[in-house]
Design a protein around this ligand. Structure first.
Ligand SMILES: Cc1cc2nc3c(=O)[nH]c(=O)nc-3n(C[C@H](O)[C@H](O)[C@H](O)COP(=O)(O)OP(=O)(O)OC[C@H]3O[C@@H](n4cnc5c(N)ncnc54)[C@H](O)[C@@H]3O)c2cc1C
Length: 491
């Protein structure tokens, strides 16, 4: 059964036992496996003796909509359509003009017993979903399939990773027994529902042919065509392949090579996690299998230390600290602080104070958004990182930290730095617009961190980073060369 803790009602309406089907509105967990929301929808359908319908839709009128984001998502829809074939009715709607999709969910819900959707706590999803819940007449609930710890399991916001890690070490074992079913649709008892004809006439669903050729759709949409498709393909199949290759080949380098841009030794899973093409549980389980680990192996010590608690290899422990502690502390923040997680005012008091005290310090360099965006600063290392982001839709983790710190260094005010980081990250990064976009960006300004000395100009007590020190301790020459535009030279 789907854990109660993961299910939250979005309205007070009753289930309509006379409806034709249960509707699963897929907004964020864009996969048919290892998905508590889909699992919950299957359970409801079975309880009510009704079929299940899956509806995945993609609108165009959202911030940062671009060829890059749309193509990645349409590739995911093609996978889902193929996987659903003969298993569950799957409808995929692609909005062609802003506003065309309006009313689709309400219309489909009119014939439903209940609506189940995904509980993604960031970007436009909470607003979109709660607006829909106000307009449907049946019970609507959202289900949390984001992480290993249910978001509702912690009743407060954690402001330090250390405290969250301690909390995880005490509480995570309660949830190891509740992994999502890998194939929830295999338990679906009643197959063969369909959306009513009038809905299909008004909202034409995408065909397999269209989904197989995203450019045929994307080119005609009123979205940002200046951000081209990324180097990676979207979808559950590509996500699973990446998990396999990371666990088989790359994870063993994670402790030694993770920070070296030339080694490119991280998993590259964040875009697949962000769009829900894979679950954190699938990644966790693949690692557990590699390690031959079982829940009894965890240490009794719950002191919040990064190593030793899992009793896995050092590379696996280090990776899990990112996948669970760091990834999920961001979900914790968005869940508990939905109105402020993206605002400057949500920074810890000490960070705001020290940044304000140094806001008027003279800056040697100040760049505009356009100069940053074009990778046009005096620093070839920074420019290389920005070029990677623009060209490929990703940026190496260490470079991401440095990238943010230098934006803070080279803007008039920390609030400008925040705006520029959010704009560039969310516009270009495949994994942008995620709870971890805000964790990472706000970490640059002090969130989850502590005060550091010596106190410096501009940064005050905020942790300081420089390209010079990155160059001296990391292997990054090949990275810089690869992502350097013609005019830039290595420092
Ligand atoms: C300025 C800045 C902006 C960032 N923007 C984003 C963003 O938009 N989306 C995003 O998912 N992450 C963001 N991060 C966090 C981190 O850089 C990426 O999650 C990581 O680089 C993704 O690469 P990977 O999948 O190869 O990571 P791996 O090292 O293979 O880690 C596995 C998974 O753990 C999680 N993870 C790893 N590092 C972190 C971290 N520092 N914080 C939170 N979760 C982490 C991710 O889900 C990642 O996929 C940002 C960090 C900074 C400093």
């Amino acid at each position: 059964m789907t854990p109660e803790l993961r299910i939250e009602p979005l309205n007070d309406n009753p289930v309509n036992g006379g409806g034709d089907y249960v509707l699963y509105w897929m907004t964020s967990y864009r996969r048919l496996e290892s998905n508590y929301a889909l699992q919950r929808a299957v359970e409801l359908a079975n309880q009510l003796g009704k079929p299940l319908i899956v509806l995945e839709a993609l609108r165009i009128g959202y911030k940062w909509a671009s060829d890059r984001i749309h193509t990645f998502m349409i590739e995911g829809m093609a996978d889902n359509q193929q996987a659903a074939n003969g298993v569950v009715p799957y409808y995929c709607y692609l909005e062609r003009n802003a506003g065309d999709g309006k009313g689709l969910i309400q219309a489909a819900a009119q014939h439903a017993c209940a609506v189940v959707t995904d509980h993604f706590p960031a970007f436009m999803i909470p607003r979109m979903v709660s607006a829909a819940a106000d307009q449907v007449d049946v019970r609507m609930e959202w289900v949390d399939s984001n992480g290993i710890l249910p978001m509702a399991a912690a009743d407060k916001t954690f402001s330090r990773a250390y405290d969250f890690r301690r909390f995880l070490q005490k509480n995570l074992p309660d949830h190891f027994g509740d992994m999502p079913e890998s194939d929830p649709l295999s338990r679906l008892e009643h197959r063969g529902g369909t959306l009513p004809e009038e809905i299909l006439k008004r909202w034409t669903m995408a065909t397999a042919e269209e989904l197989g050729n995203p450019a045929s759709i994307v080119d005609a949409l009123a979205i940002d065509h200046s951000v081209p498709p990324a180097i990676w393909s979207g979808g559950a199949a590509a996500g699973k392949a990446r998990v396999k290759s990371f666990i088989d080949k790359t994870v063993e380098l994670y402790t030694t090579d993770r920070n070296h841009p030339d080694a490119d030794a991280t998993s590259g899973l964040s875009p697949y996690l962000h769009f829900g093409f894979i679950s954190a549980h699938q990644v966790f389980q693949a690692l557990v299998q590699r390690e031959g680990w079982s829940p009894e192996d965890v240490s009794e010590q719950t002191k919040g230390s990064r190593e030793g608690w899992w009793n896995m290899s050092p590379e696996a422990e280090s990776f899990l600290d990112e996948l669970i502690t760091w990834r999920e502390v961001g979900f914790n923040m968005c869940y508990h602080e939905p109105e402020t997680y993206m605002k400057y005012e949500s920074l810890p008091g000490w960070a705001r104070q020290t940044l304000e005290e140094h806001a008027d310090d003279p800056r040697d360099y100040v760049y505009s958004l356009a100069e940053f965006e074009a990778g046009n600063t005096h620093d070839p290392i920074w420019n290389a990182a920005q070029n990677q982001l623009v060209r490929e839709g990703r940026m190496h983790n260490y470079m991401r930290m440095l990238w943010g710190k230098k934006i803070l260094h080279w803007t008039e005010h920390p609030k400008d730095a925040l705006e520029i980081m959010i704009e560039l990250n969310n516009k270009y990064a495949l994994d942008g617009r995620d709870p971890n976009s805000y964790s990472g960006i706000f970490w640059v300004l002090g969130r989850y961190d502590r005060a550091w000395g010596p106190e410096r100009e501009i940064f005050g007590k905020i942790r300081y980073m420089t390209s010079k020190s990155a160059k001296s301790k990391l292997r990054l020459n090949a990275y810089v060369e690869k992502y350097t535009s013609d005019q830039a030279q290595l420092l």
